[in-house]
Design a protein around this ligand. Structure first.
Ligand SMILES: [Zn+2]
Ligand SMILES: [Zn+2]
Length: 200
């Protein structure tokens, strides 16, 4: 079951070439694509907590224009939108995000016309009913926090290109672009990088 789920999730869907031998059509970039296996999963989960009407209406889609947001819920339209980048983080993260967003839909469904806080007590209850415990109130992708500071900045005296580096340059390093443009690619001391202060 688990494996099947993964296979459906990550399985290739390459189109076969056309019969006349012409190449397969280039994939058109899809902004919002429905996702059947996740939809089945969402429906089963919602039915499991008695939200039968919502289970019928719900839609799950991958949305290619999302940046660092892992997922979004649109209670008014019963839509869960997922960031395709989630696939890089594995099945568990996709499922966690799906549950987080479904909990938003479920909380709104239960609240009816009553207004509720996005990540309030109703949402937390919906999370735990759907089997999601200790969920954080964030929609950010689990991107690694570690970023290495590029503390060494250099400028080419000729073309003013600025390099930002983690490691310092070797002494006397020259701008490749200018060496190529003005000295047939050979080293030229005129284009040696000059150390500059990093921007604040
Ligand atoms: Zn949320
Ligand atoms: Zn240069």
């Amino acid at each position: 079951m688990q494996f099947n789920f993964l296979q459906r999730l990550f399985g290739k869907r390459d189109r076969p070439p056309a019969r006349d031998g012409s190449p397969a059509p280039v994939a058109v970039k899809v902004v919002a694509a429905p996702h059947e296996p996740l939809l089945d999963e969402a429906r089963a989960l919602l039915r499991g907590v008695g939200a039968v009407a919502l289970a019928e209406r719900v839609r799950v889609e991958w949305h290619s224009r999302m940046r660092s947001t892992a997922g979004l819920a649109f209670p008014g339209r019963s839509v869960v939108r997922l960031n395709p980048k989630l696939r890089e983080f594995g099945e568990a993260e996709i499922r966690r995000t799906l549950l987080h967003e479904l909990a938003h839909l479920l909380a709104h469904e239960r609240a009816g016309r009553r207004r509720i806080a996005p990540h309030g007590v109703e949402w937390r209850r919906a999370c735990s009913d759907l089997g999601l415990t200790d969920e954080k109130r964030t929609h950010d992708l689990p991107l690694p926090r570690r970023t290495v500071a590029r503390r060494h900045h250099y400028r080419c005296p000729a073309c003013a290109t600025v390099l930002a580096r983690v490691q310092p340059l070797r002494r006397g390093s020259a701008c490749l672009r200018c060496c190529r443009a003005h000295n047939r690619g050979s080293y030229d001391a005129r284009f040696r990088f000059v150390k500059v202060e990093p921007p604040v």
